[in-house]
Design a protein around this ligand. Structure first.
Ligand code: ADP
Ligand code: TRP
Length: 325
């Protein structure tokens, strides 16, 4: 099966991104044909500072490779190295009903968060459809927040196929359900927009400081505590094994354990979990030529697929040269 997903380089990746999306992307590469890319055209909709934009994209590449993306198995590229997707996005936009995009909640949400209401932000789901349809993707693993965009993609594919004949594979969605929303240090959803993240690769002492600041309720040490509503326990669930988790669950119920004690254990476990990746990440920092080479080779492979799709699309739509019947 061909599995495709993209991640925007819109800030440093955090453990919510990892446990909520990236970990599953990496697991899926073992038994599928993985197509993963860094969605820098999409991130451009937020008008990022050009001085840091390229580097941020590159950082995401290093993060993914450090965390286990295998470029021998998985096609991995920077979206803007395959500019064919913008051509396809235009062609798809010519069959996309305005109403379909008007119903998308992400535009309104992002404008409410302060982003400028530019056309690219409105047309964002069409570019995403182009990403998915360009590569004949069967499955698109994304978080719940992206479900609507996959539905839009399916609608666009069906519409196009109806008008021009079978051209695109209609993808299945695949909503990643394995982890509940990872809370940030203030207890809201961990998100770079809330400035409450624990970054995957920030220095260990910074991780420690942040974990120690996680918001908890004011239950006294000696009293029983509720693991289900505790932000620290939510992180513990991500990194502790089953036996240890059961022990902590029991301690919460019994009372007598302070949140500070649990936080210290979460720090240790987070360090243990990410330490091997951290080392690989540091090596990649010293070996940027290798990272660039991976991205270039990935783009070459992606472009080979893209050119095949564009030929099909151009033929179907009647763009280009006159053909004999
Ligand atoms: P952010 O909210 O920091 O802007 P993105 O929207 O770029 O993060 O998220 C990229 C991917 O990571 C999405 O698939 C999303 O579902 C997942 N993700 C982000 N934050 C969390 C979280 N706190 N818990 C679980 N998954 C998350
Ligand atoms: N919109 C996705 C997000 O914000 C990123 C993305 C862009 C994507 N193109 C994609 C995800 C294609 C899956 C498939 O998380």
């Amino acid at each position: 099966m061909r599995v495709l997903s993209g991640i925007q380089p819109s800030g440093k990746l955090h453990i919510g991104n990892f446990f909520g999306a990236m970990r599953q992307h990496l697991q899926l590469q073992a038994e599928n044909e993985g197509f993963y890319f860094i969605a820098d055209y999409h991130a451009l909709t937020t008008n990022p500072d050009p001085k840091h934009f390229a580097e941020r994209t590159f950082d995401v590449a290093k993060d993914y490779l450090a965390l286990g993306l295998d470029p021998e198995k998985t096609v991995f590229w920077r979206q803007s190295d395959v500019p064919e997707v913008t051509e396809l996005a235009w062609i798809l936009s010519c069959v996309t009903p305005m109403g379909l995009l008007q119903r998308c909640t992400s535009f309104k949400d992002k404008v409410e968060q302060g982003l400028s209401p530019v056309h690219g932000l409105f047309a964002y789901p069409v570019l995403q459809a182009a990403d998915i349809l360009m590569f004949d993707s069967n499955v698109v693993p994304v978080g719940q927040d992206q479900k609507q965009h996959i539905e839009v993609t399916r609608d666009i594919a069906n519409k196009f196929n109806n008008i021009y004949g079978e051209t695109f594979v209609v993808p299945e969605e695949y909503i990643l359900k394995s982890v509940a929303v990872v809370p940030g240090i203030d207890g809201r959803k961990m998100s770079k927009s809330y400035d409450n993240t624990i970054e995957i690769f920030e220095p260990e002492n910074a991780v420690k400081k942040k974990v120690m600041r996680i918001v908890t309720d004011s239950t006294p040490v000696e009293d029983p505590k509720n693991p289900d509503t505790c932000n620290v326990f939510a992180l513990l669930k991500l990194v502790a094994d089953e036996n240890e988790l059961a022990e902590w669950d029991q301690k919460y119920g019994a009372g007598g354990t302070g949140y500070g004690t649990v936080k210290k254990r979460v720090v240790e476990l987070l360090h243990e979990y990410f330490r091997p990746f951290r080392q690989k990440r540091a090596e990649l920092d010293e070996n940027t030529d290798y990272v660039e080479e991976v991205l270039c080779k990935g783009a070459q492979k992606a472009r080979a697929v893209a050119s095949g799709t564009m030929e099909r699309v151009r033929n179907a739509t009647g763009l280009g040269v006159v053909r004999n019947a």
